[in-house]
Ligand binder design. Structure first.
Ligand SMILES: Cc1ncc(COP(=O)(O)O)c(C=O)c1O
Length: 469
């Protein structure tokens, strides 16, 4: 007997049933930014017979022979090329990249970035020279109202104060961007709840200036594909606005006598850092008119980037990539002999299958395939917007159809719950300035989403009862 008193045969039958249910539902999964285009992974079935573990640093040998660090390093090199990081990774080259493949998704990468940023900015020991800052500093965290909830969670776990917390406790009533001086919970996005979803660069710069002038080094988390709207912040625009303030406060670069810069700029590219490089390639090839914002290590002020493997690329379980630079790394808090390799990542045991799967996915699909998939996904999002607008005109009901630039997310009025359930749509409530609210859902046009499924959704949305409450 197995759990719940089932026989092994009953357990097998149950698994088969579940696999069938998942198969039937997969193509209709429109609500989350997870690619369900996962062809070919069955080939990696034999690896399920081993526990493959990349415990410790990807660039150091393991005590366990059953590791996939060789694959992990190839995956990292791929992303280093994709994101124009300086390669190869080399501890002796401060500007070369360092990173690792995540066992969780971008949540882990965001947490790791915030942990590293907090310790870097406050002045703890650097990995490179083991030196701490003589004068400790108190960093402050900024993210927009459209940022993923992992940032608030990470800030709470790490006790890394947001500008809201630090402002409220240390500088009450002095917020430079509100009429009352009250500190908002997050940096406003352009146009508020129903706006584009991109961070308001002017407001961010005013907040950064306020804190930088009072000695607080900023840790700025930017979105490259926000969770609900799929919106991108524009790192170059942010830098142009804050560079002068950082310079004036001796925070801009390492030449301030402390040997380290006084800011951290993280790119939360859970979906966008995987997808937008191929949009840029498509634009270069003349396949589409414009690429998205530049976000990668070509911008020397980008400190770290994260992306999820299961979003644009598609893997059967959460994974992702964190990448930064050698010179920004912190000395790990301990040096456990037990793992035979420096403990420079977040977890202990690290999922070695993730590296194998990502390696395989990247080997199977070259850039040409990814560029085509990116163009198809953008075309499908265009098509959905156009058809929803037609539907709105013919139905005479406002559907609030919205889409951020280069986003694969299309937002519209929440339909009947049966439609929400059938297509796995995901909702959010927006609060307007006049006190009214709106219930939205979104569709993410990920690589597995076909035009046929979009037509099926549109047919459902065309029914007279689709939007009646
Ligand atoms: C912008 C953004 N950041 C971080 C995450 C968290 O990623 P994961 O679910 O891979 O941990 C998401 C997830 O949707 C996201 O949209």
């Amino acid at each position: 007997m197995t759990i719940e008193g089932r026989s092994v045969e009953q357990a097998h039958a149950m698994l088969e049933r579940s696999a069938g249910v998942y198969r039937d539902r997969r193509d209709l999964m429109l609500g989350y930014q997870w690619s369900q285009r996962l062809e070919g992974y069955a080939r990696l079935g034999p690896f399920l017979d081993f526990h493959i573990d990349n415990i410790g640093d990807p660039f150091s040998p393991s005590l366990t022979a059953l590791n996939s660090k060789e694959y992990e390093r190839e995956v990292l090199d791929y992303f280093a090329r994709l994101w124009h990081a300086r390669s190869p990774s080399d501890v002796a080259d401060p500007d070369s990249y360092w990173g690792y493949v995540l066992s969780m998704g971008s949540t882990e990468g965001n947490l790791f970035a915030m942990w590293n940023a907090r310790d870097y900015l406050s002045g703890s020991d650097l990995l490179a020279d083991g030196r701490a800052l003589e004068r400790r500093r108190e960093p402050v965290l900024f993210y927009s109202g459209d940022a993923h909830y992992s940032l608030a969670k990470g800030a709470a776990m790490l006790r890394l104060p947001t500008f809201h917390e630090l402002g409220g406790s240390r500088y009450p009533g002095q917020c430079p961007i509100t009429a009352t001086g009250q500190w908002p919970a997050a940096v406003p996005s352009v146009g508020g709840c129903t706006g584009t979803g991109s961070i308001d660069v002017g407001e961010l710069a005013a907040l950064v200036e306020f804190f930088a002038d009072r000695g607080h080094p900023p840790c700025i988390m930017l979105n490259l594909g926000s969770t609900f709207k799929g919106a991108c912040d524009v790192p170059e625009a942010v830098w142009n606005e804050i560079e002068g303030v950082l310079l004036r406060n001796g925070l801009r670069d390492e030449s301030n006598g402390s040997g380290r810069q006084g800011y951290w700029l993280h790119i939360d590219g859970a979906l966008g850092a995987g997808f937008l490089p191929f949009v840029e390639m498509a634009a270069e090839q003349g396949l589409i008119a414009e690429s998205g914002p530049r976000f990668d290590f070509r911008l020397p002020y980008v400190s770290s980037i994260v992306t999820s493997g299961h979003k644009w690329f598609g893997t059967p379980f959460p994974t992702g990539v964190y990448m930064s630079k050698q010179k920004l790394r912190m000395a790990p808090p301990s040096d456990p002999r037990y793992i035979g390799s420096p403990d420079t990542t977040l977890s202990g045991a690290r999922n070695g299958l993730s590296s194998l799967l990502l390696w395989y996915a990247l080997s199977l699909r070259g850039h040409a395939d990814q560029v085509r998939a990116a163009c198809d996904a953008l075309d499908l999002a265009d098509y959905l917007v156009q058809r929803l607008r037609e539907l709105e005109n013919s139905a005479g009901t406002p559907l609030w159809v919205e889409r951020a630039e280069h986003a694969l997310a299309v937002r519209f009025r929440r339909p009947a719950e049966s439609i929400v359930a059938q297509f796995g749509l995901v909702g959010e409530r927006a609060y307007l300035d006049d006190g009214a609210d709106r219930d939205y859902v979104h569709v993410f046009c990920m690589p597995h989403v076909t035009k046929q499924v979009i037509e099926k959704l549109l047919t459902e949305l065309s029914a007279p009862s689709a939007f009646s409450r």
